[in-house]
Design a protein around this ligand. Structure first.
Ligand SMILES: C[S@@+](CC[C@H](N)C(=O)[O-])C[C@H]1O[C@@H](n2cnc3c(N)ncnc32)[C@H](O)[C@@H]1O
Length: 344
């Protein structure tokens, strides 16, 4: 994936091609503006209101207790970004807007977008981070901090998008009974696998803030007897043993290389013979091929917790050293840049 300016007409195409457009100025200004508009549209309730039916800007503002002028200005920005259309002063969600931002859509990423506003201060502090090497320390937030709620609600939405594909493609031992989901947070992947395999029970091991939100999500899904939660840090907690499968989804990038290597050895010891380890994460070779997604994510995880995206070669070496003989990658469609790797 690339993040880039797109031209809206032939004259703009020519100007871009000819190098006349001051692209860094447009990127510095426009990236921030677009993020501000989309996050505010969700946080203020504008997109949820539009999902309930088309309306004029004054009516939307009145319904939500907002000021009519900035509300109309925001709606116009949403229109230029392709999320709403406007006819005779009435705004309505486009198909794309409804698909991704209607909270009732099964593809909604509205909670993720709402939580993304938490990251503005991280990016604002980037030049300080460059000097000091410090990160936002997001995983050190107290367990009662509302940050965890927003973080997990967003991650669960992303998981809901890819869970069906992953559950279908993941090779599991026959009649699996015990699953360990490390850093499983919201518990959605565990829940999907438990639904597919009737004899399966999952244990999610995660930091207390994530686990608390996960318990609520799984209780709402009426699966608390199949998906159990344990508070703990994967680098120090006892993992237990006798698992048919272990999930390590979007966790390894939060660990330093030495921690990841040790964890994979402990996972191997916790699996039954022939058990499956599934890893979902971004692995990138720095400088090999420019990929905005991988590069920005690498910087983002550093900003979030001082962590880093590892290379496919590093992962393969850790898996081999841990004693996993079979290692392969399963292509994924839904989340570009993420790869699903399975070892046994
Ligand atoms: C990006 S979220 C991924 C959640 C879920 N596995 C998924 O893929 O949607 C990362 C999760 O790892 C957890 N985590 C990070 N470091 C951890 C650690 N040292 N021990 C346990 N959990 C950790 C976070 O609390 C969070 O729930």
């Amino acid at each position: 994936m690339k993040l880039a300016l797109k031209c809206a007409n032939p004259a703009e195409w020519l100007a871009l091609r000819a190098g006349l457009v001051p692209e860094p100025a447009a990127e510095a200004w426009g990236g921030m503006a677009l993020s501000g508009v989309v996050v505010a549209a969700v946080r203020s309730g504008v997109t949820a209101r539009l999902a309930g039916g088309q309306a004029t800007a004054p009516k939307i503002a009145a319904d939500l207790g907002l000021d009519p002028l900035p509300t109309r200005l925001l709606l116009d920005c949403l229109r230029s970004a392709g999320y709403v259309t406007e006819r005779s002063g009435r705004y309505r969600l486009t198909r794309r807007g409804r698909r991704w931002l209607d909270p009732a859509s099964r593809l909604s990423v509205a909670a993720y977008v709402e939580g993304a506003g938490d990251y503005w201060s991280w990016w604002a502090g980037l030049s300080d981070t460059m000097r000091t090497g410090t990160s936002s320390g997001s995983h050190e937030a107290g367990p009662a901090d509302p940050y965890w709620q927003r973080y997990m609600a967003g991650q669960r939405e992303l998981a809901r998008l890819s869970a069906t594909e992953i559950t279908k493609k993941l090779p599991m031992p026959r009649r699996p009974r015990a699953l360990l989901d490390l850093g499983g947070g919201h518990g959605w992947y565990s829940a999907s696998l438990c639904r597919r395999y009737p004899g399966l029970t999952a244990t999610v091991l995660d930091l207390p803030g994530s686990a608390a939100v996960g318990r609520e999500i799984i209780a709402e899904a009426d699966l608390s007897d199949r998906v159990l939660f344990r508070d703990g840090d994967v680098t120090t907690a006892d993992l237990g043993g006798g698992y048919d499968a272990v999930l390590c989804f979007n966790l390894i990038h939060h660990l330093a290389p030495a921690q990841a290597a040790v964890l994979l050895r402990r996972i191997r010891a916790a699996l039954k013979p022939g058990g499956t380890l599934a890893i979902l994460d971004v692995f990138a070779e720095p400088g090999r091929r420019a990929s905005a997604h991988a590069d920005m994510l690498a910087l983002f995880v550093y900003l979030s917790s001082g962590a880093r995206v590892h290379t496919p070669g590093e992962l393969d070496g850790w898996l081999r050293d841990a004693g996993f003989g079979s290692r392969r990658e399963i292509p994924m469609l839904r989340m570009p840049g993420l790869s699903l790797r399975v070892a046994a």
